[in-house]
Design a protein around this ligand. Structure first.
Ligand code: GLC
Length: 729
């Protein structure tokens, strides 16, 4: 029944206009989201029970963020047995980094530099969510982000276009697999289309003020990668792009997404983002908002009810053709068909799910996302037999392990830092003191913490951001450590013991003083259910840190946005900064820690970058290699990075662009040669008319451990006729 194309055409032919519009209307399970009505007072909130009538009348295509045997089965039963045509509902949710088992946040996952790990995590999260009746996830977020003030950087894959592209595609593959009707899979949604992460000043929902070539070269490719990986849906962004809100932006939703990229799934708004085109000042009424969004290519409304209220009238007036409504409805019905919902509306429900493998993967992923930024005198891994003082607001809590968008996580099952270290060290070797709150002092906390530090051989200082300090609508104007925490760090340092800082965060933080007073600095992000076990694994040497920074850490918030792939300027920064160059008079222009940086427990020396030829023919492949030597006698997993610079081009190119990366295991003392390949296609950029072009000429190329390291080799790309372009010298 549900498999063939004619079935949908026949179904469509039987639908009334109201039923068609119902397939384009998605509503939240917990309809009254706190605060939402303050944003859009005109919103029509209805009690969940009233949805039953809407479902019976065919006015609802699906529900989001509701799940579980009873909830899903009860609503689906109404849809398939009591509505006129029995069209099944689709159940969506924000399965962003896990479902019941919380995995590391996306920014942490990017730090692993292992897209294949992200694919495994997405597959596991899908199986867990599908077992509770979900069909559709609103992930991956593919928003490139270069400004750490933006709260949703925690949901991004950081500042680099290649990293974001590879992770977004990997997660689509992990969620969807090869057959969406598999009851252990979810349909993926790439979001937020487009350039949501370019919010000016890092202020969430703000305009994305970027040039067209920056949009094409840096912000669009991650969405494209997810679309090319087969994402079933695209979600529009809250922001405007070049003056037109994304939900009503025809150039984006139709010209680019459908006509040029060939996207065949459906486009869903973000929460009321269609209605918000009125607040943006694009539409002068909700009816006009409905018209503009539908004609731009928005298929489905999330929560606003805009199409339910206005699309029938727009069709009656001839402003919208019913044929266009039919095409949008077919895109939604095809998704439900691909999910197998017509054959089995209760797909996945009741399937037993064993959490043990998910917990094991959560621990493995949490280990591989941690980034070691400093390790003076090899204080890590800790020596056996040391007495440890675990101090800080994150030493003994469960609430702040998971980070933003872990709304379904079974928190009671998670392992916090105290539990992780207690299991590893035993009660006699561990003393725990909060010392202060996340943002406020505790009476006597500093004294108790200092005493604990004096009683121990080493201090583990658990500091950073609380769960509520990043995420949606959580932009920060100051990305430093809360003063109460800095006071604690200073007090503990006075005890004269080695200090290992465990930095919990959903973004790069400006922490120069904390880095200075820490003997070791380990970025632990938000690692999810197995936080305590995974951090103990790395700190105690049961696993080595292998993460690298997916985003630059600034010295001060005033440097934001700061990123490695910056343009050279006519007066490039100098070291030390010189007059009349790109510099600040009060801080180094470089980041505190650059993109791609991180340490292991071994040490790797890079030899010179070698190129297979000095002159590369237009259709030839260049091999770029480097010999690496581990010199500390300890095994290491090194993220080897390949960067290029197009030295001179018709549109100026960044000082560096990452073109490949690979995590390589190197035994202690071993020598390995790592080689990459570059083709002409890898050298493309947006030309004057926006089309991707390649220009012959000189290129620098690095095989390096991070974005500020290495000495480049040079090659010349010959033109199509094998000649050196003029001016190459
Ligand atoms: C939110 C977010 C979006 C999420 C949606 C549904 O406002 O912007 O990422 O998927 O609403 O919860």
């Amino acid at each position: 029944m549900g498999k063939d194309r004619h079935f949908l055409d026949q179904l469509l032919s039987r639908m009334t206009l109201e039923e068609k519009v119902g397939q384009l209307s998605l509503y939240s399970a917990d309809v009254k989201l706190a605060g939402a009505e303050t944003v859009n007072p005109a919103l029509t909130f209805k009690a969940p029970e009233s949805r039953f009538d809407d479902i019976r009348a065919g006015r609802v295509t699906g529900v989001f963020n509701g799940y579980g045997e009873d909830y899903v089965r009860s609503l689906q039963k109404i849809a398939v047995e009591q509505s006129r045509l029995g069209i099944p509902l689709i159940f969506g949710a924000d399965v962003i980094h896990g479902f019941r088992t919380a995995f590391p946040v996306p920014l942490a996952e990017a730090a692993s530099f292992e897209p294949e790990l992200a694919e495994r995590v997405a597959e596991t999260a899908a199986a867990e969510a599908a077992a509770e009746g979900l069909h559709w996830t609103f992930a991956p977020g593919a928003d490139l982000c270069r400004d750490a003030r933006w709260g949703r950087v925690v949901e991004s894959y950081g500042e680099d276009v290649l990293v974001a592209s590879r992770f977004a595609a990997a997660r689509v593959r992990g969620f969807q697999g090869g057959d969406l009707s598999d009851p252990r899979r979810l349909m993926a949604t790439v979001k937020h289309f487009a350039a949501y992460g370019a919010a000016e000043a890092g202020l969430d929902y703000n305009t994305a003020e970027i040039s067209r070539t920056t949009l094409i070269d840096h912000y669009l490719p991650p969405y494209r990668a997810a679309v090319d990986a087969g994402a079933g849906a695209v979600m529009t962004a809250f922001n405007d792009v070049d003056g037109v809100p994304a939900s009503a932006n025809r150039e984006l939703l139709t010209g680019l997404l459908r006509d040029r990229w060939g996207f065949e799934g459906f486009v869903v708004s973000d929460y009321n983002s269609d209605f918000e085109t009125v607040a943006h000042g694009l539409a002068d009424s909700p009816r006009e908002a409905a018209r503009l969004c539908f004609l731009a290519g928005l298929d489905m409304c999330m929560q606003s009810g805009l199409y339910a209220d206005h699309l029938p009238g727009l069709v009656a007036s001839g402003e919208v053709e019913e044929g266009a409504v039919d095409r949008a409805v077919l895109r939604v019905l095809r998704a439900k068909q691909a999910l197998g919902l017509f054959e089995n509306p209760y797909r996945g429900l009741g399937r037993a799910f064993d959490p043990a493998p998910a917990r094991a993967l959560a621990r493995e992923a949490a280990r591989r996302c941690q980034v070691l930024l400093k390790n003076a005198d090899g204080v890590l891994p800790l020596k056996a037999g040391m007495r440890v003082a675990l101090i800080g607001p994150f030493a003994r809590e469960h609430q702040h392990l998971n980070g933003a968008w872990a709304i379904f996580a079974a928190n009671g099952l998670s392992v916090n830092l105290e539990e992780g270290f207690l299991a590893a060290l035993g009660p006699d070797a561990l003393v725990v003191e909060p010392g202060c709150g996340i943002a406020e002092p505790i009476a006597g906390g500093l004294d108790d913490a200092a005493a604990a530090a004096r009683s121990a051989d080493v201090v583990l200082l658990a500091l950073g951001e609380g769960q509520h300090m990043s995420g949606e609508s959580r932009s920060r104007s100051d990305i430093g450590l809360p003063p109460a925490q800095l006071d604690l760090a200073r007090a503990v340092k006075q005890a004269g013991k080695p200090v290992v800082t465990l930095l919990r965060t959903g973004r790069p933080l400006a922490i120069p003083e904390l880095a200075e007073l820490s003997d070791a600095l380990l970025v632990t992000w938000f690692l999810g259910a197995e936080t305590g076990a995974a951090v103990a694994d790395v700190v105690l040497g049961r696993a080595a840190p292998s993460g690298r920074l997916p985003m630059s850490f600034p010295r001060r918030v005033g440097q934001a946005p700061i990123y490695y792939a910056r343009k050279p300027t006519g007066r490039p920064p100098q070291h030390p900064p010189g007059p009349f160059t790109a510099r600040y008079i009060d801080v180094e222009p470089t980041p505190l820690y650059p993109f791609g940086y991180g340490l292991g427990y071994g040490r790797v020396e890079y030899g010179p970058t070698q190129v297979s030829v000095a002159e590369l023919g237009w259709s030839e492949t260049l091999s770029v290699s480097c010999e690496l030597v581990e010199t500390a006698g300890a095994a290491i997993e090194e993220v080897v990075q390949l960067y290029i610079r197009d030295v001179a081009a018709s549109r100026i190119r960044p000082v560096r662009e990452l073109k490949d990366f690979r995590k390589v295991a190197i035994a202690g003392g071993a020598r390995v040669v790592v080689a990459f390949e570059l083709q002409t296609a890898d050298l493309r950029f947006a030309g004057e008319d926006g089309a991707l072009i390649v220009e012959p000429g000189a290129f620098d190329v690095w095989v390096a451990p991070h974005a500020q390291a290495g000495v480049p080799a040079r090659f010349v790309l010959l033109d199509r006729h094998g000649a050196e372009p003029p001016g190459v010298g």
